[in-house]
Design a protein around this ligand. Structure first.
Ligand code: NAP
Length: 478
């Protein structure tokens, strides 16, 4: 089936590219229309024309459209979840969890239409009433990655729309169908033409077209640091508002007083589920010396039980890498790891033979005795490769954890309340977990990192409105 682009309320065709299943590259999940710079320009113009009417609709009415989108996604839940597993590779239960989250995000922001609180403050002057209203910013470009192909488009589209903006969505080329399904739901929900536009295609070409599109007032981007910097440089020249959510090198600190079994489970879950392809995944386990050897042994034992395979099959824990490029990166870093600190304690190979030959499967891999300046301890890999680092004590663990330029998520495993609070106040990351996996966030609270991981206001929860709306301040004498 061909999945067309969506511009000004019309499905638009053109040359296509294959969207293939990374668990079985013989399977074409769909053919996506490859959009051009001209498509982005047309989408931006359509969004500009639609802005006036959409932005002046009462926000609760915009909310009603978003409730309809959620209901449509809910009706197609099984089909959309299966599409995601087939295009991205994550297991079906993981895909279902993500689609459920996307639906909840639409409902959450639909409700925001009935709040949309501004600010009211008492004036120092007699009989002056003053307040600040929220207003939309205009046409917004949304550029999304492949690893959460439904939730990330949802957590950008829903707040953008409820605030009254019109949008141009550019999904990742390796997993564009999940976002397409949301756009289809927007169409079926009757969102007026031009409000939502969708153009799939090459990031380089379409990214340049987005920053060149005059009507665009803002871009929200999630993806790699390199592309984020590229976009930031160009968008800021035009004084566009920009939000960047980028890479991580997330630590899990494991202290000697932790609940050992759950610390092992949390570390394995955060490092390997979704094939290590979560931006909040753990890629460094920083373990206190007193339990280091025992912990590494337990990690290896638990990891050995993980089943790697086609995520559509029941009982599979870990799907494939998303594409050949990500597989190559994983294998390249495994070789770097071998050179830096010897054989991994487990894993270290591409999986081959039988059905494995048709996909991009790699063994979950653990390197032990990694030191903090090695490349596998500093650079984002974005695959199922864990570096375990020894720390002499809590202070040493905190120092190592903070000694990287990225700061997205971090976790601590401990039963000591004082250490928990030390961690909360001193850890340089935007998303913290305590006695939970480093990955696994919810949409009701702000999401985003610090340091080189992020730029601009946070996403999700009430914080999302800060990027997608502006204030208009009014002083009124009565
Ligand atoms: P990516 O290569 O940076 O791509 C992200 C998006 O940007 C895709 O839609 C891509 O299109 C597009 N793009 C590529 N070049 C562009 C350009 N010059 N201008 C504008 N857009 C361009 O990232 P990815 O490989 O999809 O995702 C993995 C990365 O995302 C990891 O670094 C991960 O940490 C990060 N991530 C961060 C978060 C977070 O919230 N912090 C969440 C998820 C993922 P094409 O697909 O067509 O190239």
């Amino acid at each position: 089936m061909v999945f067309q682009n969506y511009i000004n309320g019309e499905w638009v065709s053109g040359p296509t590219f294959d969207n293939r299943n990374p668990a079985n590259t013989d399977e074409v999940v769909g053919q996506m229309v490859k959009g051009s710079a001209a498509d982005i320009a047309a989408a931006a113009d359509a969004a500009d024309k639609a802005f006036g009417a959409w932005s002046t609709l009462p926000a609760p009415t915009r909310g009603n459209y978003l409730y309809k989108v959620a209901d449509i996604l809910d009706r197609k839940f099984d089909e959309i979840s299966a599409d995601m597993t087939r295009e991205e590779g994550k297991t079906l239960p993981e895909a279902k969890g993500e689609v459920r989250r996307a639906i909840n995000i639409f409902r959450y922001f639909a409700g925001e239409g009935s709040r949309m609180f501004g600010i009211q403050a008492p004036s120092e002057r007699d009989r002056v009433h003053m307040f600040a209203l929220r207003k939309p910013i205009g046409v917004v470009g949304l550029v999304t990655p492949w690893n959460f192909p439904s939730a990330i488009p949802a957590w950008k589209m829903a707040p953008a729309l409820i605030c009254g903006n019109t949008i141009v969505v550019k999904p990742a080329s390796v997993a564009p169908l999940s976002a397409w399904r949301i756009v289809e739901a927007c169409h079926e929900a009757g969102i007026p033409k031009g409000v939502v536009n969708y153009v799939a295609g090459s990031g380089g070409e379409l990214g340049q077209a987005l920053v060149d599109a005059k009507p665009l007032k803002a871009i929200s981007f999630t993806g790699s640091c390199g592309v984020g910097e590229w976009l930031h440089e160009r968008a800021s020249k035009r004084r566009m508002r920009i939000q960047l959510e980028m890479g991580g090198k997330n630590p899990t600190i494991v202290l000697a007083d932790c609940d050992f079994k759950s610390a092992v489970e949390n570390t394995v879950n955060a490092s390997f589920f979704s094939t290590g392809q979560k931006c909040t995944a753990t890629s460094r386990a920083i373990v206190e010396d007193a339990i280091y050897d025992k912990f590494v042994e337990a990690l290896v034992e638990r990891t050995a039980k993980l089943k790697v395979g086609d995520g559509m099959q029941p009982g599979i824990d870990i799907g494939p890498a998303v594409d050949q490029g990500q597989l190559d990166t994983d294998l390249e870093y495994i070789e770097i790891g071998r050179k830096e600190c010897g054989e991994p304690r487990i894993g270290g190979n591409r999986l081959t033979g039988g059905a494995y030959d048709k996909g991009y499967f790699v063994e979950p891999t653990i390197f032990a005795d990694v030191t903090e300046n090695m490349r596998i301890a500093r650079e984002e890999i974005f695959g199922p490769v864990l570096a375990v680092i020894r720390a002499s004590d809590f202070e040493d663990a905190m120092r190592i954890a903070n000694n990287v330029p990225l700061g997205l998520s971090a976790s601590v495993q401990t039963t000591n309340v004082s250490r928990v609070f030390e961690f909360i106040y001193r850890m340089e990351a935007g998303l913290l977990t305590v006695n939970l996996p480093s990955a696994g966030v919810e949409y009701q609270l702000p999401f985003g990192g610090t340091k080189d991981s992020s730029f601009g206001p946070k996403e999700q929860g009430p914080a999302a409105l800060e990027f997608y709306s502006d204030y208009k301040t009014v002083y009124l004498k009565y």
